[in-house]
Design a protein around this ligand. Structure first.
Ligand code: GAL
Ligand code: MG
Length: 1000
């Protein structure tokens, strides 16, 4: 048999000579070896391999598989790795469009001929242990993207597709004594690349482990564990099916209990009052399979973990161990700083983060992950939707947007795609079936519908009892049986509710929602509220876990995270790869504070004298957490009590408030915080799992000194002076030109420009997504080019009893024109009470924000605020922010969203100071205003495509505001900020705040 390259363009050419898929169990020579976790049957081939890169098959080295072929001048490349991360070809980010679209006129199944990178690999190895009589040796490529052909010592061994499940080949018949030469070719694109059109970086190569496995004469080829719980969960039958070649097996539990051998390869036992597995309490039983050869010698020991749990549709809803589940999920791409080459340690860090953030489930969008991901989810406790490697999005677009008929769908109803689909389904189920964490199989993503997908589901149902998920049925309802759950993506909560009013035959989830691209995640509580109101809505999976971006160095040597186009690739989809609740380095974005809060499992309503605690856990009493109730006065803690709570899962209970809120003036916050009493694998004792806060009383602004200031009414300037300060208002330039403040020392100029009415911020990804800038761009002009006409009465000066008031009016260049007025009332102590009045022109779109922009001395680089925090918040994303006093360097305030955009806002601000190292600066006050202090103007931020492109810092830009437009977040391709989080466009807006110099 020989390998023919031309065949890789045939969808029916799925594999050749591949070993059948089986469970991902490991086997060891003895129980002791199993305990150590190092198997003498495994030999890793990871490491440096000889490597040749060719951009087409024609240019790849003919005959390279021969052991005699001279590879001494070849490159070396690490395995596992994407070749594109090692200087060959280039990382290519594309979302729905096929990377060859517009380059090659090809039909589904055909492959680009002019450019299809071929990676030729050669690895020499000697077996650690020679093969014994009757033993077999296979090689497993745990991930090869997208197709590979394998030779050993010059003999063609086989071919495999499906980038995300193992390709295993039996090498035994061609092994040599001593050194062996393994030759592999990996093709970037094969016929099946048409069904691997996921929204991700397009890479190729051997990107997961390559391992040699030796199978002893008696060997467990496959294990299947199944725990069937009795109706009332009081007992479970544990069945272990062992597919054994040669020899005999004994199966035991870790406590020594031997399972009964039913003689057909099945071993059973009954577990009384079993400890159940759930995401909250992920208990695992250990099973040990002992294999003896015909002589009775132990030749193999297989440890296998079992989670006893029941996940099923019961009474029309999904239940885990009898309790209705709400998926508080996230979609996760298996992606890190080395692309989809992820280590166990990195994966574990992710799982830990997911748990610590309070999520309970993950969808493996959109392909099976490394086996260790599932192992970790078993151990840490996460519900997983395991998704098959299938996406033909680009072709679905033809049906969706170009009126192509259903008959053109791929895989659709076309027989030539069915074998590949069934192969992928089998490879995933067979490998992953024993993981209790997996609660559903998913047929793939965004591939429209058709009979082939229905057959995939039929196959899943035939071999396994887990429910099946497929979202495509929502687009193509011809085969509703393809999915057991009605799944949609990005449907606004209100629409979900509407849908479920009429359609009650299946429970519903959102396999993707809350599109976390850029500064996003607004109004997500709407969905969670619905999940607790409507039993059929069982939650959703945030899109998605972490930004997918590539660490790069710019031409000035600065490191940055690149996205689509930055590697010179085309076609590409820009920064659409940055939708994570984590940054590309997997550190949390500020809005994870909102994620954790809206997903929390203990919800507390706090009243003046009582707490009402709702326990949303399914299996955990609130007594598992220390409940700490604190009382604070304007950011300062004045009392703290520990409350013993005992609220059973699913119950609500009331307790008296253990602290007394003073009734006098001032503002008080009560915080109720639930903290781990026992350490978990994912967090330490004291880790907060839930909190709520309520605010009582009201903040009393600082009074102004009654002494009137001195006024100097000049020709071109109005000066207002007091003991420690000077303010100059310009008649020539239409604004306050100077604010000097001494406070006992020499006066210091604080301004670096005249304050201006401001209506603009650098568009967020969501705003770009609904073309907000083209609708409301007039507010950009209004912010940059407002005119304060030079007239004798401009500015208008009023001398009041305790102050001087100077008012400028502005013509804003919108069509129709808008007007604004900025008035400054200066008191004798230097306090300036500012009022901004805006009259928007008729019919204008709502402004992105409404406030004042003040350019300040850049030495004022420290921000402290009494308001909501600690992370940035917006009107539609402030539930996860708590009232308090917080500090942060101004330099950290522009959140590192992949593409710079509006960021760093704080809501509910009562006061804020922006000060230098000596404590000099400005103190702002307002009644629950929004506020940011950033090193750049909105215009500078908007101009930069990456953070390294932002200019050197010359100013601190303070932007007190009445309001900024909520960030939105239902999706990033049209969904707008909900109306209640937008500024009114049809009436006068008035914003008041004050500032005063400070000198600590
Ligand atoms: C969904 C898709 C995801 C991702 C997202 C946009 O339609 O399933 O893979 O592309 O949109 O970020
Ligand atoms: Mg897609």
């Amino acid at each position: 048999m020989t390998f023919q390259y031309s065949r890789i363009a045939d969808p029916l050419y799925v594999s050749e000579n591949r070993v059948g898929a089986h469970s991902d169990h490991r086997w060891f020579a003895s129980a002791a070896e199993a305990r150590r976790g190092v198997s003498s049957f495994e030999q890793s081939l990871n490491g440096q391999w000889c490597f040749h890169y060719a951009s087409t098959a024609d240019e790849s080295p003919a005959g390279f598989e021969s052991p005699e072929f001279d590879v001494s001048l070849w490159h070396e490349i690490p395995v596992p790795a994407h070749i594109q991360m090692h200087g060959f070809d280039r990382p290519h980010y594309a979302n729905t469009q096929y990377p060859w679209d517009g380059h090659d006129q090809i039909m589904p199944g055909q492959i680009p001929e002019r450019f299809n990178p071929v990676a030729s690999y050669v690895k020499r190895f000697t077996l650690d242990t020679p093969v014994g009589v009757g033993e077999r040796v296979t090689v497993v490529f745990h991930g090869a993207e997208s197709a590979l052909a394998v030779w050993l010592n010059g003999h063609y061994i086989g071919y495999g597709t499906d980038s995300f499940t193992p390709s295993e080949f039996d090498l035994t018949d061609h092994l040599a004594d001593g050194e062996n030469v393994l030759a592999v070719q990996v093709f970037k694109w094969s016929a099946h690349s048409w069904i691997e059109d996921q929204d991700f970086y397009r890479f190729s190569g051997l990107f997961r482990d390559v391992v040699l496995y030796r199978q002893p004469v008696a060997h467990v080829r496959d294990v299947r564990v199944r725990a069937t719980l009795s109706e009332d969960l009081s007992g479970a039958e544990l069945a272990v099916r062992v597919d054994l070649t040669g020899g005999s097996a004994v199966v035991r539990l870790a406590d020594g209990t031997q399972l009964k051998d039913l003689g057909d390869g099945t071993f059973v036992t009954w577990l009384d009052q079993p400890r159940l597995w759930s995401a909250e309490h992920p208990h695992l039983y250990e099973v040990l399979i002992e294999v003896r050869d015909p002589d009775g010698e132990i030749v193999e020991v297989v440890p296998q973990r079992v989670g006893v749990r029941r996940f099923a549709l019961e009474d029309g809803v999904f239940k885990i161990n009898g309790q209705r589940i709400v998926f508080k999920g996230v979609n996760r791409h298996d992606f890190g700083l080395n692309g989809r080459v992820v280590t166990r340690e990195e994966t574990e860090a992710d799982v830990r983060t997911i748990k610590a953030l309070g999520l309970n489930s993950v969808r493996t969008s959109h392909y099976p992950n490394n086996s260790y991901f599932y192992e970790l989810c078993d151990e840490y406790g996460l519900y997983v939707i395991d998704e098959m490697n299938l996406e033909s999005h680009g072709l679905w677009d033809r049906i969706r947007y170009h009126d192509a008929p259903d008959s053109e769908a791929v895989p659709g109803d076309r027989p030539e795609w069915l074998p590949a689909l069934l192969d992928r389904a089998r490879s995933m189920v067979e490998r992953d079936k024993n993981h209790p964490c997996i609660v559903m199989w998913s047929c793939g993503n965004e591939s429209y519908g058709g009979s082939n997908l229905a057959k995939v589901t039929e196959y899943f149902h035939e071999v396994d009892d887990r429910p099946v998920h497929y979202e495509g049925v929502a687009w193509d309802p011809r085969h509703p049986e393809t999915t057991d759950v009605h799944s949609e993506m990005y449907t606004p909560a209100a629409k979900v509710e509407e849908y479920l009013r009429e359609n009650r035959e299946k429970p519903m989830i959102l396999c993707e929602f809350a599109h976390a691209m850029g500064n996003s995640f607004g109004a997500v509580d709407r969905y969670i509220d619905l999940a607790y109101r409507e039993p059929l809505f069982q939650g959703g999976f945030i899109w998605d876990f972490a930004d997918q971006a590539i660490a790069m160095t710019d031409r000035f040597g600065q490191r940055f995270f690149g996205y689509g186009g930055d590697n010179g690739e085309a076609p590409h989809d820009g920064d659409f790869c940055g939708n994570g609740i984590l940054f590309a380095d997997h550190s949390p974005k500020p809005f994870t504070q909102e994620v954790t809060h809206v997903y929390r499992d203990i919800v507390t309503r706090i009243e003046r004298d009582a707490l009402t605690i709702e326990n949303r856990y399914l299996f955990t009493n609130t007594s598992a957490f220390e409940c700490v109730v604190t009382l604070s006065h304007e950011g300062e803690e004045i009392a703290s009590e520990i409350l013993d709570t005992d609220v059973s899962p699913g119950q609500v209970r009331q307790y008296p408030l253990p602290v007394t809120i003073p009734s006098g003036p001032g503002e008080y916050a009560v915080d109720v915080s639930y903290r781990l009493r026992a350490p978990q694998r994912w967090a330490e004792v004291g880790h907060e799992v839930a909190w709520d806060q309520a605010v009582f009383g009201s903040f009393v602004p600082s009074p102004s000194v009654p002494a009137a200031p001195e006024i100097v009414d000049g020709i071109h300037n109005i000066g207002v002076h007091g003991k420690n300060f000077t303010v100059l208002f310009s008649r020539l330039y239409g604004g306050m030109q100077s604010y000097r403040f001494g406070g006992g020392g020499p006066e210091h100029e604080i301004l670096r420009g005249m304050p201006t009415p401001n209506f603009w911020h650098a568009p967020t990804s969501n705003e770009r997504g609904w073309n907000a800038p083209s609708l409301d761009g007039q507010w950009l002009l209004a912010s940059r080019y407002a005119v304060s006409e030079r007239r004798p009465d401009q500015p208008f000066l009023e001398t009041l009893e305790d102050s001087a008031r100077v008012t400028y009016t502005y013509d804003l260049p919108t069509v129709p024109a808008s007007q604004a007025a900025l008035s400054y009332r200066v008191f004798g102590d230097g306090r300036v009470a500012v009022q901004l009045t805006v009259d928007p022109g008729d019919g204008l779109a709502d402004a992105p924000e409404c406030g004042v922009l003040l350019a300040l001395d850049p030495e004022l680089d420290q921000l402290t605020w009494y308001g909501e925090g600690p992370e940035e918040s917006y009107s539609d994303r402030r539930l996860g922010a708590r009232l308090g006093v917080y500090s942060a360097p101004v330099a950290t305030q522009l959140t590192q969203y992949l593409r710079p955009q509006e960021a760093g806002n704080h809501t509910g601000v009562r006061w804020a100071t922006v000060s230098d190292a000596r404590g000099r600066g400005l103190r702002f006050e307002g009644s629950g205003m929004e506020f940011s202090a950033l090193p750049w103007t909105p215009f500078e931020v908007e101009n930069a495509l990456h953070h390294t492109e932002l200019p050197p810092v010359h100013r601190t830009i303070a932007r007190p505001a009445l309001m900024r437009r909520g960030v939105a977040g239902d999706d990033t391709w049209g969904s707008q900020t909900h109306p209640e989080f937008r500024l009114p466009a049809d009436r006068q807006l008035i914003f008041e705040f004050s500032f005063i110099g400070i000198n600590a």
